[in-house]
Unconditional design. Structure first.
Ligand code: MG
Length: 385
């Protein structure tokens, strides 16, 4: 088999195609393409994936222009980082890629503020969170195949959405009490590396973050000193300096993640009972703590950087005011659908007729919208704040 031939170089603790727990519905996989490659292809061809292009990462795209990251470019950066680390650690690169490409499929319009607006609206009806919504997208909401709902992805790719699920793993069909694969753990950290670094860059370029304030952060200070030592002329070129420091920062975090994980794999404080090191996939599943991890020093520095981003970027009035405005508009839009379900597209109305809750169906519809589609719908149905 083609896929298995390509996996002979993988580490013993990596996930292999042949060990997959399969798909929710019976499916025939092609001989020339492994199951995780197929997952990746299905994700890239999905409507939810294409719509990431017009969804907010931090800046509301309909108001701030096209210059900054959106959720699609963020997803591509996460995927590229995750694949680099997967290959270095001899993990399953195809699976890692599929998880990374899918990781934000459940995000609604207007980023995290859109998410908290929907969660508030759904608080008495099961809530809303982008990870669980991602699972709904790939299991139910994508309609592309006659034979099954959703994309019918493998257990292992779907497991990428189980972050923070904890004791609720079983409720969503995942084996309880197990740690996720290293590929799932890795994608989560690649997400952090991508947004920590590109949000700094977007914050600087937009003028929301003041470069001087970054000098209180060890990670930034060190990366900048290294870059300037190698190329002193960058002192006089602000834009190229920022890009160079951000690139260095990615490289520092990626190298540290690889080294930190290797240390844990070799048994330095990995917390596996009765075993000094992680040798097999079964060891991974039984481990009590995350194995893919930064070194403790870098982890502490990274936490500081994230706190800085919260205080100086995500909570900055230029970001906050616009997201708060759209939060309110999403509430108005939701109220419009719940008041009059004939405003929903026909296939959504059919789901309500079949017994699904109108609120959940309206929430799914809004969560699937891009920023600009949501804004058009708001203009048409509500029109004033
Ligand atoms: Mg992300």
């Amino acid at each position: 088999m083609y896929a298995e031939d390509l996996e002979t170089h993988l580490a013993p603790y990596a996930m292999r195609s042949a060990a997959s727990r399969g798909r929710p519905h019976a499916d025939h996989d092609a001989a020339y393409r492994g199951v995780f490659q197929r997952d990746r292809d299905r994700i890239v061809h999905s409507g939810a994936f294409r719509r990431l292009q017009y969804k907010t990462q931090v800046f509301v795209s309909v108001m701030e222009g096209d210059y900054y990251r959106n959720r699609l470019t963020h997803t591509l950066e996460v995927t590229q980082i995750a694949r680099t680390v997967a290959r270095a650690l001899r993990l399953n690169e195809d699976l890692t890629e599929a998880i990374a490409l899918a990781h934000d499929l459940g995000h609604g319009p207007f980023g995290h503020s859109g998410e908290s607006a929907l969660n508030l609206l759904m608080r008495d009806d099961g809530g809303f969170n982008h990870n669980l919504q991602g699972l709904r997208v790939v299991d139910l909401l994508e309609t592309r195949y006659a034979r099954f709902p959703g994309l019918n992805l493998t257990y292992e790719t779907r497991e990428g959405f189980t972050k923070n699920l904890g004791a609720n793993r079983a409720k969503h069909g995942f084996t309880p009490g197990e740690a996720p694969t290293l590929e799932v753990q890795l994608a989560g950290h690649a997400d952090e590396i991508a947004y920590d670094t590109h949000d700094i860059e977007d914050g600087l370029v937009s003028g929301v973050i003041d470069e001087k304030a970054l000098h209180d952060l060890e990670l930034w200070k060190q990366a900048e000193a290294d870059v300037l030592r190698e190329n002193p002329t960058l002192k006089g070129d602000q834009r190229l300096r920022w890009r160079s420091v951000v690139r260095r920062l990615i490289s520092v975090l990626v190298s540290d993640l690889i080294a930190g994980t290797e240390a844990k794999l070799q048994g330095m404080g990995c917390g596996v009972q009765g075993a000094g090191s992680i040798k097999t996939l079964a060891d991974v599943r039984q481990a009590q703590r995350d194995i893919v991890a930064f070194s403790p020093e870098t982890d502490a520095r990274k936490t500081k950087l994230e706190k800085f981003l919260h205080e100086n970027f995500y909570d900055h009035p230029r970001v906050r005011d616009k997201t708060a405005l759209w939060q309110n508009r999403l509430k108005q839009l939701f109220a419009a659908y719940v008041r009059d379900q004939t405003l929903l597209p026909e296939d959504y109305q059919k789901r309500v007729a079949a017994g699904e809750s109108l609120k959940r169906v309206s929430c799914d519809y809004i969560a699937g919208m891009t920023d600009r589609y949501a804004s058009k719908q708001w203009e048409a149905l509500v029109g004033k704040d």
